[in-house]
Design a protein around this ligand. Structure first.
Ligand code: AMP
Ligand code: ZN
Length: 484
């Protein structure tokens, strides 16, 4: 079967090949904004991109894989307003913005390696490519796509008639939308290419430009760095689905207006990791709702936290393999524990095979290999690929071939199945928690509820919440857990 990927641009699976004469896949992935730790949702997207890179290599392609580091302080909203994220991070921690960028870049790369994500061909920090961004804005200005307001240089989205196509946007409504704070923008879909520093304040990060001292708008870095390292047309551009509507739409507009050629042949987007939150219903019970894990909400889980709770980072990688990248993945501790157990039992089968690999010669073994290649080549169907590995391990092909196939498949899984399983010391979810007190409070709350004393039951609930205890009521009774 031919290698094929779902292309967000066409909303279809398409066969992937490289144009004649292109020596390596020209790939660009939107990287982290380094004002805080990456959460495991962000990392799910990078794990998906890692499966993609590994699959391209398995199919014999070289890959020029570029990942940017957004270390410039951008404004917190897509509408080019709000606080500067880096400056917020610096104020939170009493450090300089440059220290914040360095600290969180290092932390990000540590997580990247812990999850056994392959090193990209090149990391490209935005602050090291300011001139390239200025040059691109100059090109857009010369071609008549920009206008100036009192706070910056903006891209005029009306001059790009295809603006709405990629994200299938209802621009009519968007542009009419009165809720959007447009400032001096001509259209709601216009966006900043260069922002001026405020006149009364020196920003921690600012640069000279032909238009005045300031800093780049947050979309321009990706276009500028993608072009610098991969030319005007990419073969694959990746990111999370949240980037489709604004960030990638804007990247396309500015890149295609500057260069006059398609910006990317394939657009691939990873779906969200979601976490549960408790919603209180009118009858006093609660319901679990899953929503996107997000950095700005402040409620997010990190790889370090998983390790503190006794998980190997690769348990999380294994968890990510269990669902297709275009589906939501709902995170719960139970689900992660389930993945850890399944990964352990996989290790029980693969650990005894370490060092035993022979050549793959039997028809049965070759058939497993072909099936596996088809699965990963079918828009990265990792759950199916994992199923094939399990079936293969249960089959009666000999151990030497099994070992060789495990090593071959692990080129994609990246689970380090050539090494025995490493256990992490479990701190224990409930260490330091006064279980007796929690149980007593829950019993008291039950009594208060039976007496319809809602004020008392709410007070107890708040007391538990202050102890970081989350309670869940159901027909079977009340259960509790410690909130992260
Ligand atoms: P950021 O650091 O916020 O720019 O995000 C880095 C990458 O993570 C981007 O490709 C986002 O689209 C992606 N992302 C953000 N939140 C999630 C999530 N909950 N699940 C999966 N990917 C996400
Ligand atoms: Zn980007």
């Amino acid at each position: 079967m031919a290698l094929q990927f779902y292309n967000t641009a066409s909303r279809k699976k398409e066969i992937f090949t490289l144009p004649e004469g292109v020596p390596a896949v020209r790939m660009y992935c939107c990287g982290p904004t380094v004002y805080h730790f990456a959460h495991i949702g962000n990392l799910r997207t990078y794990i998906f991109e890692d499966f993609l890179v590994r699959t391209l290599k398995y199919y014999g392609y070289k890959v020029n894989h570029i990942v940017n580091i957004t270390d410039v302080g951008h404004l917190t909203s897509d509408a080019d307003s709000g606080d500067d994220k880096m400056e917020k991070g610096a104020a939170r921690e009493g450090k300089s913005v440059w220290d914040i960028a360095k600290f969180y870049t290092d932390a990000f790369m540590a997580d990247w390696h812990r999850l056994n994500i392959q090193e990209p061909t090149r990391w490209t920090p935005a602050t090291q490519h300011i001139q390239e961004q200025i040059d691109l804005v100059k090109t857009l200005e010369e071609k008549g796509y920009t206008y100036r307001t009192s706070d910056g240089i903006y891209f005029d989205s009306l001059k790009f008639p295809r603006y709405a196509d990629f994200a299938r946007l209802d621009v009519e409504n968007l542009r009419k939308g009165s809720r959007i704070d447009m400032g001096e923008k001509h259209n709601a879909t216009d966006f900043a290419l260069w922002k001026f520093s405020p006149k009364d304040k020196k920003r921690a990060m600012e640069w000279d430009s032909p238009w005045g001292v300031g800093f780049p708008g947050w979309h321009i870095e990706c276009s500028a760095m993608a072009m610098k390292y991969n030319g005007p047309t990419l073969d694959i551009h990746c990111g999370g689905t949240d980037h489709i509507r604004v960030h990638h739409t804007n990247e396309i507009a500015q890149s295609e207006c500057a260069n006059g050629v398609p910006f990317a042949r394939f657009w691939m987007h990873g779906e969200f990791l979601r976490t549960a939150s408790e919603e209180k219903l009118e009858d006093g019970t609660t319901e679990q709702k899953f929503g996107k894990m997000s950095k700005s909400s402040g409620e997010f889980l990190t790889v370090t936290l998983l390790m503190d709770r006794g998980f190997n980072p690769l348990d999380y990688r294994f968890f990510a393999i269990g669902s297709h990248y275009r589906n939501y993945l709902n995170f719960t501790w139970e689900a992660l524990t389930g993945a850890k157990e399944a990964f352990k039992s996989l290790h029980k089968k693969t650990d005894p095979l370490i060092g035993k690999a022979t050549a793959i010669t039997s028809e049965a073994a070759k058939a497993f290999q072909n099936e596996f290649k088809d699965a990963i080549g079918d828009d990265l169907n990792m759950p199916r690929a994992l199923g094939i590995m399990n079936t293969m391990l249960k089959s009666d092909i000999d151990d030497g071939e099994k070992a060789a196939l495990v090593a071959d498949f692990d080129k994609i899984f990246g689970l380090k199945l050539d090494q025995p399983r490493e256990e992490y010391a479990k701190k224990g979810a409930n260490d330091g928690v006064d279980t007796a007190k929690i149980e007593a409070l829950i019993a008291a709350r039950k009594e208060a509820r039976a007496a319809k004393n809602w004020a008392e039951s709410d007070r107890i609930r708040d007391e538990l919440a202050a102890m970081n205890v989350v309670i869940k009521d159901s027909k079977e009774g009340t259960t509790w857990s410690i909130k992260e």
